[in-house]
Design a binder for this molecule. Sequence first.
Ligand code: MG
Length: 382
Amino acid sequence: MRITRLSTFRVAPRWMFLKVETDEGLTGWGEPVLEGRALTVEAAVHELGQTLIGRDPMRINDHWQSMYRHHFYRGGAVLMSAIAGIDQALWDIKGKALGVPVHELLGGRVRDRMKVYSWVGGDRPADVVEQIRRLVEGGFDTFKLNGCEEMAMVDSVRAVDRALAVVDEVRRVFGTRIDFGLDFHGRVALPMARPLLRALEPYRPLFVEEPVLAEQAEHYPALAAATAIPLAAGERMYSRFEFKHVFQRGGIAIVQPDLSHAGGITECHKIAAMAEAHDVALAPHCPLGPVALAACLQLDFVAWNAVLQEQSMGIHYNEGAELLDYVSNRDDFRIEQGCIAALPGPGLGVVIDEDRVREAAARAPDWHNPMWRHADGSVAEW
Ligand SMILES: [Mg+2]
């Protein structure tokens, strides 16, 4: 079997799908996207893809090493997202060629169901209680919301109180019937991270995500020592070489590699094992589309330390399309009592509705994240 063609499709809301074709008629799908940088990653996919034409798709490990090591300059969000999507598509082809799901190729399931959580509240946490109430009726008991809005490097007691008010209301209404993680989203710098964590601690969040930016990861151990709240990070780390430093320093309780940003299934399988060796839990980042989610689930079902899976159903970013709009086997993604079963189909287990994808690609939006500024006019992290 030989790889014959790589085609990319940018689609609403902010995703990109990759179709890898072979001379035997088997095709694989991947989701090589970096939110807000779809065009850039698309160029990288086609540049990397040129070296795969005419090659045997079954040799995934060799292709991964070649895409990574045969290029003198490597790593980072763009290149590792491109590798990730290609890697996913190759696993999809291999599974289909052998007639088994990817989790079987990786040694078989370690669990019967995977817990998923839902986003609530949007960019600026609002209507949180109402949204949680609706989702609880649908069987969810775990949620994530942004921990705050813009936060200056040193901010007022009022900014802290605004963040606390949301969480206080959630605990007052739902008690301990639900769990929630709080995403600081890189909005908080070190001077405010410590007081915020301390103030939030009585509300017992399941975790605080990106308590400071990934590029400030050297502060994670000190922050962890100052709070009992488990700290999470990893969506902006792109390879096991980068995660290595985080595991060595310590401080992170839950690691969140993104299967569409950190080199795909091949790389994240290794990152998951490194995490297990450091007693760190795994919760793959996935505010993305169905191929990315399928790739995450394939890993969740073989990684013993996988505890939570993010998914984008109803997320505030999904304008113009929802998670399963491009999927033909929607029933396989059914969420019951907040859990999802292993996808039964071969390969990634997601059947893409290609007609729908092509139709959507004809009018793809070029999504970019909001560009916020503080009250004084200076740039704010989003
Ligand atoms: Mg996050």
